[in-house]
Write a protein that binds this ligand. Sequence first.
Ligand SMILES: [Zn+2]
Length: 162
Amino acid sequence: MPRPMKLRCVAQLPSVGFFRPVGIPVNVLEEVHLSVEEAESIRLKDLSRLEQEGCAQRMHVSRPTFHRILESARGKLADALVNGKAIQIEGGNFGLRQSRFRCSNDGYEWDVPFEVLARRVPLSCPVCSSASVQSVTPPPFGLVGGSGRGFRGGRFRGERRW
Ligand SMILES: [Zn+2]
């Protein structure tokens, strides 16, 4: 079995998941697909203007890995801009810096930091110790049903995927 890829930490989900150029008929419109962590790399480096080292630390990846993610993202954005393609942001291999979970037994809600999720520690309710906990962090527009592997299927009952 291949080793699961390490999760990349994402502080902010994109507010919009789909961009489309005007004036191109849908039947000939091509799309580029950006992962959520690729969008995060653009946000950190090209919008917030952070040094690559700082970006890498924020996403919990090595500097070369961050560079690879960023270059991939920039290439896709350039392709979309120059060649008039739509941009779909979805899926990826990431965890939020902080995710909110709810216990289905007693309704208690609490926040789980990225470091805990990245270790893949099975979560249980801090109040009643029930293992019936689920993420309540809402996926943003356009990200529902993506190929996100932020959390492994079946790990948390009712877990939403993005
Ligand atoms: Zn509970």
